[in-house]
Structure formats: structure tokens, C-alpha cells
Design a binder for this molecule. Structure first.
Ligand SMILES: [Zn+2]
Length: 202
């Protein structure tokens, strides 16, 4: 049980809502925030609030973008607009960008299908993907780049089911050889680079 310090308990309860923060680290993070210099803490809080106010999701690829600017990915004229990498999260987009293996565009689903967690097709940006594909002329390659997990497999199968009847679409996926259960975000650059360059027909 936590030592009774109500203000501290309020902070740790809030930190526990951050899904990627291991619960054993919650107290360490709380202590880190409390021992920051006032200047640093104020800059940190201002950056957090400022970022929330100044970014939004691109309505085409669902990556984050500055509200005041176009999407850095969709509006990059050097990217192939007919190659779309379908991916779970913005973090995965950052991982692929770091691998320097890809010059197409993205479609972030904002999650993966997971019946056990109550996440169905309407809860992620799947319908938007189908609409987007329908609006593009010419041949399109859709790269399914999901984590090698049951949710990733299920989402890949669903996207394939929705798009396979379209003659203009070729479906591909990352090369075999990625460790089962592996997450794109934590994969080293070379492995991810190879998985993309050697991608195969789905
Ligand atoms: Zn975009």
C-alpha cells in the first residue's frame, strides 16, 4: 500500500494511467518530476500543453502534424503516393522513418483489431483507409507493417479481406524472419530496413 501522502498518491494515480509506463517506475517518475528545477518543470509543462494545442491528426494519413502547416509526410513531393504503408501507430512510423528504407506514404490505423479488448474495425481508421484507396488513381501497393502479434495478424487479414477484390491493389507485408511477438518500435534499424526492402506479396 502507498504511504499516505494524498497529493503524492494523486500524482502516482495519474501516472498509472500512462499505458507504457511500467507500474514499478511510477514512483520514480513522480520523484523525478518533483525534483526537477522549477524552470525545467515549467518548460516541460508548457511544452506538453503547447504540443496538445498545436498538433492534430492529418486527415489523410492520420499521422500527427502541426495545425498551422500541411502534413510533412503527405505533402512531401518526393514520396510515392501510390505506396501506402499501413501501420498501427505514430511510433511505428517514426521507427520506419529511422530505418531510411521507405519513400512511400503512410496510413496510421491508431490501433489494431483486438476482440478481447473490445477493439473492432470501427474503432480504428480502417474505413478511412478503404475510402483513401478508392480515391487514388492507378496501381497502389499496400504494405501491411504490423507487429508480429495475434492482433497484428488479425488486422493484416482484415485489411487484406477488405482490399483484395480491388484489381488496382497489390498487398505486401514485411519480410519473414522478424521475431514472433516483435514490435516495430523496438526493432533495430537494420532489421527493419531489411524487412521493408525484402517485403513480400501478402
Ligand atoms: Zn498526412
Amino acid at each position: 500500500m502507498d504511504i499516505r501522502i494524498p497529493s503524492m498518491q494523486r500524482l502516482t494515480r495519474l501516472l498509472q494511467q500512462i499505458p507504457y509506463l511500467a507500474s514499478r517506475n511510477v514512483h520514480k517518475v513522480a520523484e523525478f518530476l518533483l525534483t526537477m528545477s522549477t524552470d525545467k518543470r515549467e518548460a516541460f509543462l508548457a511544452a506538453l500543453q503547447g504540443t496538445c494545442a498545436q498538433v492534430e491528426l492529418c486527415r489523410e494519413c492520420y499521422c500527427w502534424k502541426e495545425k498551422s502547416e500541411g502534413c510533412a509526410l503527405c505533402q512531401d513531393a518526393t514520396r510515392h503516393k501510390n505506396i501506402i504503408c499501413v501501420i498501427e501507430s505514430w511510433g511505428d512510423v517514426c521507427a520506419i522513418e529511422r530505418s531510411s528504407a521507405y519513400r512511400g506514404v503512410y496510413h496510421v490505423l491508431g490501433g489494431l483489431l483486438s476482440p478481447l479488448d473490445g477493439i473492432g474495425p470501427e474503432d480504428i481508421y480502417l474505413r478511412q483507409l478503404v475510402e483513401r484507396v478508392g480515391s487514388i488513381e492507378g496501381r497502389i501497393e499496400i504494405i501491411l507493417a504490423f507487429n508480429q502479434t495475434p492482433e497484428g495478424e488479425a488486422t493484416g487479414a482484415y485489411v487484406s479481406h477488405m482490399l483484395k477484390s480491388r484489381e488496382s491493389v497489390t498487398l505486401s507485408c514485411l519480410a519473414r524472419g522478424l521475431p514472433v511477438g516483435s514490435s516495430l518500435e523496438y526493432m533495430d534499424r537494420l532489421t527493419l530496413h531489411k524487412a521493408l526492402v525484402e517485403r513480400r506479396v501478402y
